[in-house]
Design a binder for this molecule. Structure first.
Ligand code: ZN
Length: 57
């Protein structure tokens, strides 16, 4: 199992984005979240971490 970068829990199913892992639940939740939703800002923040890891790795 891999640790999801959004919910930070070990999950069996999900997608790989660069070197990071996002579980199926979080991926679905992200797609369904409105940009007006404060939760969306949390996802953006988590994704920014992925991008930064990609640049510096
Ligand atoms: Zn997750």
């Amino acid at each position: 199992m891999e640790k999801c970068i959004v919910c930070e829990k070990p999950q069996k199913h999900g997608i790989h984005l660069y070197t990071s892992f996002i579980c199926t639940d979080c991926e679905k939740a992200m797609v369904q979240t409105s940009t007006q939703d404060p939760t969306y800002q949390f996802y953006i923040k988590q994704l920014k971490v992925i991008k930064e890891n990609k640049i510096y790795s």
